[in-house]
Design a protein around this ligand. Structure first.
Ligand code: CTP
Length: 440
């Protein structure tokens, strides 16, 4: 049973000071304009649970964009309006922001289509939402500050730790909600209410996931991978057959679990993690798949170029890893030659997750050190040293780079010396390959 604040006022008092200040200010402005104003969505849920959340979502019964303009004038905020949705983001001089929307009703013209939206009441607005715990509002007007609007008994579900849809067509209207349900359930350590779970399974069984664009499915996977404990959600989605609905071969196998825990370890170690850390969990989810399945996933999910390259390079990286374990690759330069055509994140993924220590070490050395290796000399240096200009330049510099990667070169002088030696060897080879040429 979750701890839940006993009143809306209590919940609001638990919010950070800057948010409380903004809520009072906007509440007073709404009073002056004579419009009802509410705090809504995830922040209400989390405030009642005492969980930190700084995504301030406000709804006005009236013109949200107009209210945003008033806010902008009064508090020197800049407003970015999204007219089509009747929403706006206000950014204040101290860089804090809040989102504003016009209370609206929604209906879905067909399953999984984007909804048709009309202005409506706060009840309409709450009624179009996904789960009861997300469908509560707290009034912000001064005389009714903290009053809870909870037509779907979200507070009861919050107390019981249940994720419950508002109506039986919820997953049909918006199948992304089935991913959201599992994500929220696992994050809060709640349970899917039994009818909701049945509806979710039915939505999966009847192929509703297929109606979502690749972009929307991937956005859900990304949100999952950005959670604190993504593995629990992946496992849950497997149990609900929802992973398989994305592609029949996706699953929460032991191999996938091991990759997730290896990446968890890196996340907790926390040394210079990239912004797009979620990408590594996506790789963990798909890394064990064969080439054909990976190609199908690329077609299905349509990731951006970077993620697409990371996924597409998995099979080649797998072959390279096998070559390392079988000791067919034994120098750093040898590894570099093969790895440099691959996306660095794919190599880094193997540095973190490969079960073979030799592979992890090679990949880490490449990712952290070898791929950054640069020479002090260049084509100009070769010319000054008297090497005749031509295609040999590329081969000489490459050979010197490999020697440097292999640790045989320590300064510019050694680079020059090696370059000349390589050039001499190339000339000799050429002579041997064209017999008679020099004898004529
Ligand atoms: N919402 C919905 N259906 C969706 C997406 C969102 O009903 N498919 C509603 C929910 O009421 C949700 C609110 O819009 O609370 C805001 O959406 P979002 O910011 O995505 O959700 P949060 O609940 O704030 O989730 P999180 O805590 O992950 O930010």
């Amino acid at each position: 049973v979750a701890f839940v604040a006993d009143s809306g006022i209590h919940a609001l008092h638990g919010l950070p000071d800057w948010i409380q200040k903004r809520l009072h200010q906007t509440g007073q402005l709404a009073d002056q304009l004579g419009i009802p104003l509410y705090l809504v969505g995830g922040i209400v849920r989390d405030a009642l649970l005492g969980i930190p959340n700084t995504d301030v979502d406000l709804v006005v019964e009236g013109d949200g964009l107009d209210f945003a303009e008033h806010l902008a004038r009064r508090f020197e905020a800049t407003v970015r309006a999204h007219r089509r949705f009747g929403t706006a983001t206000a950014v204040f001089p101290d860089r804090t922001k809040l989102d504003l929307a016009t209370a609206r009703s929604e209906h879905y013209p067909r399953p999984a289509a984007l909804p048709v939206v009309q202005p409506g009441s706060i009840h309409d607005d709450l009624g179009r939402r996904d789960f009861t715990v997300n469908a509560m509002a707290l009034r912000l007007n001064t005389d009714r500050y903290g009053e809870r609007v909870d037509p779907h008994h979200g507070l009861d579900d919050l107390r019981q730790g249940l994720i419950r849809v508002l109506h039986p067509l919820s997953f049909i209207d918006d199948p992304t909600r089935l991913f959201r349900a599992a994500r929220l359930e696992q994050r809060l350590n709640f349970t899917l209410e039994s009818v909701t779970e049945r509806l979710l399974r039915e939505a999966v069984r009847t192929g509703l996931v297929d109606r979502l664009s690749g972009h929307r499915v991937l956005a859900q996977l990304r949100l999952i991978c950005e959670e604190t404990h993504p593995w629990a959600i992946v496992e849950r989605l497997d149990g609900l057959q929802a992973l398989q609905a994305i592609h029949p071969k996706l699953n929460a196998s032991d191999q996938v679990r091991q990759a997730f825990s290896a990446i968890d370890r890196e996340k907790h170690a926390g040394v210079s993690l990239p912004k797009a850390f979620w990408l590594f969990y996506i790789l963990a989810l798909v890394h064990a798949q064969d080439e054909q399945t990976l190609a199908a996933l690329l077609t299905r999910l349509r990731p951006d170029r970077k993620l697409a390259a990371c996924m597409a390079h998995l099979p080649a990286m797998r072959r390279l890893a096998r070559a390392v374990t079988e000791e067919r690759i034994d120098t750093p330069a040898d590894f570099f030659r093969h790895a440099s055509g691959l996306s660095p994140e794919t190599v880094r993924f193997f540095a973190w997750t490969s079960p073979e220590a030799a592979v992890r070490e090679r990949c880490a050395a490449y990712y952290l050190r070898d791929r950054h290796t640069r020479l002090s000399i260049d084509g100009h240096t070769l010319r000054r040293m008297g090497v005749p200009q031509g295609p040999a330049y590329g081969r000489i510099l490459e050979a010197v780079l490999y020697e440097k990667i292999n640790g045989h070169i320590h300064n510019e002088q050694e680079e020059r010396r090696t370059a000349l030696a390589v050039w001499a060897a190339l000339q000799k080879k050429e002579e041997n390959e064209t017999p008679g040429k020099t004898g004529e």
